[in-house]
Design a protein around this ligand. Structure first.
Ligand SMILES: Nc1nc2c(c(=O)[nH]1)N[C@H]1C(S)=C(S)[C@@H](COP(=O)(O)O)O[C@H]1N2
Ligand SMILES: [Mo]
Length: 389
């Protein structure tokens, strides 16, 4: 984590802090307001909350999420990386495809750009995101690039191909264990993999554009992988090497880090399992609350692996679950914005919480339902927001 935090990020961090500690935020720090609309501050945010605890981490102020910010600007898009941001010169950049293919391929950026273009709106979050951190590691952007599946087809996968490994230009020293022998240091590139079946899905893309502009270096430019519906970790930044092999890739970010430890009860038996962070678990949160006269509008988002949703509901002050209005601009892999309007809010302390149910009947869990999840990854708990009127 070595990228310096930009001045802007520092200012925004300060703004978030100021808003949390006191209500007297200067107007320029507040999200844009509709006429005579007033933002209602959350009271669930701890006074000492630090939105950017680690150097190089960029966060989204989730209180700004609304229709007008459906697409997160590149400037506001979060950033997480584990190694120093590598310098990659677009003029000399090459993407290499090697391993169990009939025809190994190499592309310059211009050659990639001559391939059939695809565009998709995709939202993802870091699997380390959680309500206590206000789910600030998220963003929704329009990505443009080309199909990975078509590229794999051109190379021709051999019958023994099982796994596609994606390496970034970024690298660092990893201490890797040798059984009883002391771990030894090895220089390793950032790597993540997908089973051939997942890598061949039509939505998986190799991208070089974000919101109509060249992909910024902080978000993996010149070229990154986007795996719609999967947690951030899968979207390998500074991608320069795709390698096809016949066995599972067990690199740090597949098998040692970003591993979920979970218990499942099967009757009387408890099954322990460790799984690699993969598809985004069903999540919603109410992000922003505004007041216009006596009318309150809560705006939130739902996010998952692309499985269609059956319902999104909110509950105010522990009352009945109420249906929300889903925005028309939502797409399969975007975040799905919703609003809920209501009146009759009496002076005092209040709560509002949201939850979603998908077409398979999966319901967003409550915090208490996540007891069996022993690691912090993939925290998709319902998030009860507090406010005072
Ligand atoms: N090459 C490379 N790709 C990477 C990472 C990294 O450290 N190196 N971090 C991953 C993680 S943990 C996340 S959450 C996302 C963040 O993407 P963003 O920085 O564009 O928001 O990138 C992923 N891709
Ligand atoms: Mo992440």
């Amino acid at each position: 984590m070595s990228t310096p935090i930009s001045r802007r990020a520092v200012i925004r961090g300060g703004a978030a802090l100021a808003g949390m500690a006191a209500l007297g935020m200067p107007e320029w720090m507040l999200p844009a307001l509709a006429q005579s609309e007033e933002v209602v501050p959350w009271t669930d945010i701890p006074a000492n909350f630090n939105p950017s605890p680690a150097t190089g981490l960029r966060t989204l102020d989730t209180r700004t999420i609304q229709r007008s910010t459906f697409i997160t600007s590149a400037e506001d898009f979060f950033a997480v990386q584990h190694y120093p941001v590598p310098p990659v010169d677009p003029a000399t950049y090459k993407l290499r495809l090697s391993g169990l293919v009939n025809k190994p391929l190499v592309f310059t950026l211009d050659e990639l750009k001559r391939r059939p273009r695809m565009e998709q709106i995709v939202c993802f979050e870091c699997s380390g995101n959680n309500p206590a951190r206000l789910n600030m590691l998220t963003g929704n952007a329009r990505w443009a690039g080309t199909s990975l599946n078509a590229l794999l087809k051109d190379a021709g996968l051999k019958a023994t191909a099982r796994e596609v490994v994606f390496f970034g230009v970024d690298k660092s020293t990893e201490d890797i264990a040798h059984g009883a022998v002391q771990p030894q240091p090895y220089e390793q590139h950032f790597g993540r993999s997908l089973a051939v079946e997942d890598a061949s899905k039509p939505e998986v893309m190799i991208t070089w554009e974000m919101n109509g502009a060249p992909l910024p270096a902080k978000n993996g430019g010149p070229v990154r992988l986007i795996v719609p519906g999967w947690y951030g970790i899968s979207n390998v930044k500074w991608l320069d090497h795709v390698h096809v092999q016949d066995s599972r890739f067990m690199g740090r970010f597949m098998a040692r880090d970003y591993v979920q430890l979970m218990q499942t009860k099967m009757g009387d038996e408890v099954v322990w399992n460790e799984t690699s962070v993969s598809r985004i678990r069903l999540k919603t949160m109410v992000a922003r609350l505004a007041r216009n006269g006596s009318r309150y509008t809560a705006t939130g988002y739902a996010l998952n692996d692309g499985t269609p949703l059956r319902s999104v509901e909110v509950r105010v002050d522990g009352g009945p679950w109420q249906p929300v209005i889903m925005d028309r601009g939502n797409t399969q892999y975007s975040w799905k914005l919703f609003t809920y309007d209501w009146t009759g809010v009496a002076p005092g302390d209040h709560t509002i919480v949201s939850r979603a149910t998908d077409v398979n009947g999966t319901v967003q869990p409550e915090e208490a339902d996540l007891q069996s999840k022993k690691t912090r990854w993939e925290n998709n708990a319902q998030f009860t927001r507090k406010f005072k009127v």
